[in-house]
Design a binder for this molecule. Structure first.
Ligand code: ATP
Ligand code: MN
Length: 537
């Protein structure tokens, strides 16, 4: 009784994915039992109650929200199925779009039906158990007798059953007590006002990867065979492809609209570069940019692990103060390919290893040029950072981002906490601005960056990330963030030449320009930190 894929068509019809950052979604094959509630400040504030069944999220809009009091019957208006990927969404849907307003992930976890869920839904009485962070125990959804003919919108009642998780007389304290996000701990106001560094969707991405005008299927460009060792003998079973021992569903789904690069090719790219990328992504907390429907559709950042998703994905066990979130990591190539199977295009590690997240193991300078700045200036800025590091006896390394800037990495011994590293990076950025205020800016709003290079030192913090070396980017041309030698950094360098299609072959021919990184455990001279008045703890 699998739900047909088009159970989501109503959801899609109502939304314009070029304007909203919500995921476009696909009915996921594997049956999971996710449960979640999104607090949604739309035309009218309500709580969207969602239960995963048959690869989609069955959804109800609960106007007054859930109550722990078994005598409270809360109106739950049945709405269209949502894609499972939507369950990770928190952020703002643009005004004028369907459902426009702010969405907060209010609760998440899993559910289990009591009895047969399909029969329960059909007869209008669904009984189930919730294992959420905020809601637990047994609940019932009962369909009300229809009075009007509008059969599209059945009205149900959401009722808590009497058990230990119930709370007699508790009408609304639950909702006032928990008025922040279950994953980011942010208030509605905070989510509405932030320009969202946690979840990024179409609005930001669409600039880099413009939505193709034509709906027609782009022609698939053949890959150079020696770059992609596995693509010749594609093992297929049930329409799935085997890449490095991981089953890739929808292998022919186009991930990069402009080029026709498929999900299987993305997985094969990651298999081809696994040995190169793993030192920078394994055993670290990871943020990931997922584009399950392709880079032309909604992409979103994700960094928590959903329970029991795969044996190759691990919980870091890291808890960040004030945030109720799990952070995931991978350990090996299987984990890497599993992420590709999830539709992960970009990998963004934290600057620390998962065993000691409070200690940085690298400093990063993210050079962000205003579009009017020529790339030669960005190269000069990178070399400036390098010589400033050299003056302090520190070796540094450079990579392209697959975008418009460059990243400089300084590997360090794991003995500095984030406040020290951040203060150090900030001091360097400020000294650059001080020495060349026409070209560099250390603290900047978008508008103030005009004609300048923003030296972003804020990548140096506990949960801050930078794209991994060798990560693919969800950007035009399927670019890759590419480590380089300092000698390669010349005016003839074209960052756009490093792509999913070209990089595997390049790696076979060249020596690793970052070979030293893992061997270097550099110290920052204490007198320098003292001079900067950076507390040494
Ligand atoms: P470019 O060279 O085009 O600037 P970039 O990777 O440096 O590419 P930035 O926008 O400068 O892109 O972002 C720097 C880093 O900050 C990214 O690599 C990413 O790890 C992180 N980042 C940026 N935006 C987000 C976001 N919305 N959510 C999570 N992390 C983000
Ligand atoms: Mn950048």
């Amino acid at each position: 009784m699998a739900a047909p894929r088009d159970t989501l068509s109503l959801y899609r019809q109502k939304r314009d994915f070029s304007k909203t950052s919500e995921p476009a979604g696909a009915a996921e094959k594997q049956a999971g039992h996710r449960y979640l509630i999104q607090k949604h400040d739309a035309t009218r504030l309500h709580y969207d109650f969602r239960l995963e069944l048959d690869g989609v999220l069955k959804s109800w809009a609960v106007t007054r929200g859930p109550s722990l009091d078994p005598h409270e019957k809360r109106l739950a208006v049945e709405v269209e199925d949502h894609p499972v990927s939507y369950g990770s969404f928190e952020g703002t849907i643009p005004k004028g779009q369907y459902g426009g307003g702010t969405v907060m992930l209010w609760d998440e976890g899993s559910w289990e039906p009591i009895g047969d869920a399909h029969k329960g839904l059909a007869k209008g009485k669904l009984e189930f158990k919730l294992h959420g962070k905020r809601l637990q125990g047994e609940w019932t959804l009962v369909r009300m007798r229809e009075r009007d003919k509008d059969k599209d919108r059945h009205n149900w009642l959401l009722i808590k059953r009497s058990d230990e998780a119930a709370s007699e007389g508790d009408t609304d304290t639950l909702l006032t007590k928990h008025n922040t996000s279950v994953i980011s701990n942010r208030s509605m106001e905070k989510i509405a006002s932030s320009n969202d560094r946690v979840w990024k969707g179409n609005k930001a991405e669409s600039k880099a990867a413009p939505k193709p005008a034509a709906k027609k299927k782009p022609k698939t460009k053949a890959l150079v065979t020696d770059t992609m060792p596995v693509s010749k003998n594609r093992a297929r079973a049930n329409g799935k492809a085997d890449v490095g021992g991981i089953a890739i569903s929808h292998p022919d789904r186009i991930i990069y609209q402009g080029t026709g690069i498929t999900k299987q090719q993305l997985a094969e790219y990651y298999l081809a570069v696994a040995d190169h990328i793993l030192p920078y992504v394994a055993n670290r907390p990871l943020s990931m940019l997922r584009c399950p429907e392709g880079t032309g559709e909604a992409c979103f950042f994700q960094r928590h692990i959903a329970q029991g998703q795969s044996p190759h994905l691990y919980d870091t066990g890291i808890k960040v103060k004030g945030r109720n979130e799990d952070y995931m990591m991978i350990k090996d190539a299987k984990g890497l390919i599993t992420l590709a199977q999830w539709g992960v295009v970009e990998l963004h590690p934290w600057g620390c290893l998962a065993d000691k997240p409070e200690l940085a193991d690298r400093i990063i300078f993210d050079l962000d040029p205003d579009p009017t700045v020529p790339f030669s200036e960005v190269i000069a800025a990178a070399k400036d950072v390098r010589s400033r590091m050299q003056e302090l006896g520190l070796s540094s390394f450079v990579k392209t981002t697959g975008g418009k800037g460059l990243h400089i990495i300084v590997p360090i011994t794991r003995s500095y906490g984030w406040p020290v590293i951040k203060a150090f990076a900030r001091a360097i950025a400020e000294s650059m601005e001080h020495d060349n205020p026409k070209l560099y800016i250390a603290h900047a709003s978008k508008a103030e960056r005009k004609g300048k290079i923003f030296i972003d030192y804020l990548r140096n913090d506990l949960t801050a990330t930078a794209v991994a070396a060798y990560s693919a980017r969800a950007r035009e041309g399927a670019t890759v963030a590419m480590p380089l030698t300092w000698q390669q950094l010349t005016s003839s360098l074209k960052p756009s030449s490093f792509t999913i299609e070209t990089v595997p072959a390049i790696l076979k021919k060249r020596k690793d320009p970052w070979a030293e990184i893992s061997k270097l455990r550099q110290k920052i001279a204490t007198q320098y930190l003292r001079a900067l008045k950076i507390p040494l703890k």
